[in-house]
Design a binder for this molecule. Structure first.
Ligand code: 8LK
Length: 224
């Protein structure tokens, strides 16, 4: 039973591969005043005191992956702990996708030195064990690597133009391990899987499916 004054908002992580439509999905909820939207702070990663850490990372991963992922985790932690006065909070990605998808991949392919990985993992464990950031629901925008690779090229975010299909395929597998095969016990939230291969015209039906589940939960939180 949660009393109204310190109720933790119903927290939803929106997860998915690069180009899976997360920002578009979040914008669909812009019209609900009961929902706080926290989109991925990419602009902060592209300009920290004039440094484009995202570009540096893509241009020289072994040199900049640690710096970039360290800052990503700080900005995600800031979003996790940001107080909201609405019953529902939708976040684009999380420190869980940071650790289980991006950092995991960079460790496995040798971009991160094992000592660098160990430091990032200790930060993740400390945050996860000491700060209440758990999700109540994860919406997984499930995509096919070939489709999102095409979207990335069309979207033409300059830093991503050299991202190879193999990178997208590996990130896809890590999302599937986490959200479908549930290999990580630290993030037990239920997962709502949406078919995000659908193009914009068809995907509204998929969004409606999640809207019902998210808003119904929000009512539960508010009424509880
Ligand atoms: C949590 C988290 C998000 C995230 C995004 N990225 C990259 C993938 C995309 O090219 C861009 C925006 O999502 O940043 C990353 O390398 N590591 C990340 N970690």
């Amino acid at each position: 039973k949660m009393c109204a004054k310190n109720t933790k908002p119903f927290t939803v992580f929106v997860e998915g591969n690069i180009g899976s439509g997360k920002t578009t999905f979040l914008e669909h909820f812009r019209r609900f005043e009961d929902i706080t939207l926290l989109t991925e702070p990419v602009e902060e990663w592209r300009n920290l005191n004039g440094w484009n850490l995202l570009d540096l990372m893509y241009k020289d991963p072994p040199k900049w992956a640690m710096t970039f992922q360290s800052y990503v985790s700080l900005t995600m932690l800031d979003m996790h702990r940001r107080p909201t006065d609405t019953p529902v909070k939708l976040m684009e990605r999380s420190i869980f996708s940071a650790r289980y998808c991006f950092v995991e991949h960079m460790m496995r392919n040798g971009t991160l030195h094992p000592a660098q990985f160990a430091v990032l993992d200790e930060w993740f464990r400390f945050i996860n064990h000491n700060i209440p950031i758990a999700a109540d629901l994860i919406v997984y925008l499930k995509t096919s690597p070939s489709i999102v690779h095409e979207r990335i090229k069309k979207r033409a975010r300059s830093e991503e133009q050299c991202v190879p299909l193999t990178y997208i395929e590996e990130l896809h597998k890590l999302h599937e391990d986490w959200l479908i095969n549930r290999v990580h016990a630290e993030c037990p939230a239920p997962v709502l899987v949406l078919d995000a291969d659908l193009d914009l015209s068809q995907i509204t039906e998929e969004y409606k499916k999640s809207e019902h589940q998210i808003l119904r939960k929000a009512v539960d939180v508010v009424m509880s």
